[in-house]
Design a binder for this molecule. Structure first.
Ligand SMILES: [Zn+2]
Length: 87
C-alpha cells in the first residue's frame, strides 16, 4: 500500500468521523433546537427562533455578553472573597 493510498483512506475515515462528530453541534441557547452549521443557527436566531429575547442582536453579540457576564461574576466573586478574608 502506498503512502498516498494510506493518506487517502485516512482522509476518508477522518472526514466521515468529522461529519458524525460535528453534526448538530450548534444548539440554540433559547429553544434548544440543534443545527449542523453555525450559519443555520445564526439564521434561526435571526429570523426563526420564537423563544429568543427581545434584545437579541446576533450570536456574536450574545457570546460577547455571556463572556462579559462570566467575567463580572468572576470579579464579584473575587471581590466577595477579598471582603471576607481581607479584614
Ligand atoms: Zn431557537
Amino acid at each position: 500500500m502506498s503512502l498516498n493510498t494510506m493518506t487517502c483512506i485516512l482522509m476518508k475515515f477522518h472526514s466521515c468521523f468529522l461529519c458524525v462528530s460535528t453534526a448538530l453541534i450548534y444548539g440554540c441557547p433559547f429553544c434548544g433546537v440543534r443545527f449542523s452549521s453555525r450559519r443555520t443557527l445564526e439564521a434561526h436566531l435571526q429570523y426563526y427562533c420564537s423563544k429568543k429575547p427581545a434584545d437579541f442582536v446576533s450570536l456574536a453579540d450574545l457570546q460577547q455578553r455571556l463572556q462579559q457576564q462570566a467575567l463580572e461574576l468572576q470579579t464579584s466573586h473575587t471581590a466577595a472573597i477579598d471582603q471576607e478574608y481581607g479584614k
